[in-house]
Ligand binder design. Structure first.
Ligand code: DO4
Ligand code: MG
Length: 275
């Protein structure tokens, strides 16, 4: 079951049929502990739309915070150690990769987050920027994983690499986050074989592509959620990006006009242009 937030309200897609949730907000839905069960009941009592075309899709959030985990894939550990070697930060990344406590950081709010087709941004004072394609958990106030979406944790690698204490500036700025296209509402975990694919087009040519399987994710999503909710409450629910396992080569930096496509097959494709 897929949940979309559109400019005409929330819509559920189930078995290629669409159901409009008139008058029901994304905040109401994401604050529920029983989202999968609630939506199943809603559509069982509704009639599917005929000849329906999805209105413009928006990022699937309103009052929810977006958090992120870092250095959860071996590839990310290596990239962080490389970019921060002159700042003496390399050792921290190695240690956090193997530590019991994960790296978790505040990433975004609705105002800094774009949906499918929206424009993500490169920081004006950065010169080495990358997208980070990440499986993103949709979490209820009590910490139940109610679904999954696709996230892009846009990052300024030069700022992050200069000093680990600059991480919030490298990660949190206008247009630094994309989420969507939908929430795959699901009670169970995604199969470990699930692949995340990133393609970056420049001037109608693929400039970079890469993929990673969830088998490479070092941390269990439930453990990440448990740490995030320790002494931290989310009355509207929240999103948690689970880290990147795809890092373009160090010679690569994003340019204005690049098109970023992130695909996670059971969820869909999130596509954004760089402003
Ligand atoms: O520690 C820096 C952040 C790393 C990150 O965002 C990631 O691994 O995805
Ligand atoms: Mg990341």
């Amino acid at each position: 079951m897929k949940l979309y937030r559109t400019e005409a309200g929330c819509v559920v897609e189930e078995s290629s049929q669409y159901y409009k949730l008139d008058g029901i907000t994304i905040d109401f839905l994401l604050a529920r502990e029983d989202l999968p069960e609630y939506l199943s009941e809603m559509i069982a009592q509704s009639t599917a739309q005929t000849g329906f075309h999805l209105p413009r899709i928006l990022a699937p959030l309103s009052h929810q915070e977006v958090w992120a985990a870092g250095v959860t894939y071996y590839r990310s550990r290596g990239a962080r150690m490389e970019e921060s070697k002159d700042a003496g930060g390399g050792n921290f990344y190695d240690r956090v990769y193997s530590a019991e406590r994960p790296e978790l950081f505040f990433k975004s709010t609705a105002s800094r987050t774009v949906g499918p087709g929206g424009k993500v941004r490169i920081r004006r004072d950065a010169h080495w920027s990358v997208p980070e394609p990440e499986l993103t958990l949709v979490i209820s106030p009590k910490g139940r994983i109610n679904g999954y979406t696709i996230g892009n944790d846009m990052s300024s690698r030069d700022i992050e690499g200069e000093n680990p204490l600059y991480l919030p500036q490298a990660k949190v700025y206008d247009g630094s986050c994309a989420l969507g296209p939908c929430i795959l509402v699901s009670e169970g975990p995604l199969p470990h074989s699930t692949e995340i694919t990133l393609e970056i087009d420049r001037n109608n040519r693929v400039e970079f592509s890469g993929s990673v399987a969830l088998t490479e994710l070092k941390r269990d999503p439930k453990t990440l959620v448990e740490y995030l909710l320790r002494d931290n409450s989310f009355p509207s629910g929240c999103f948690l990006m689970t880290g990147t396992g795809i890092v373009p080569p160090s010679s690569f930096t994003l340019a204005h006009g690049d098109r970023i496509r992130i695909t996670i097959p059971p969820i869909g494709t999130l596509e954004n242009e760089v402003a």
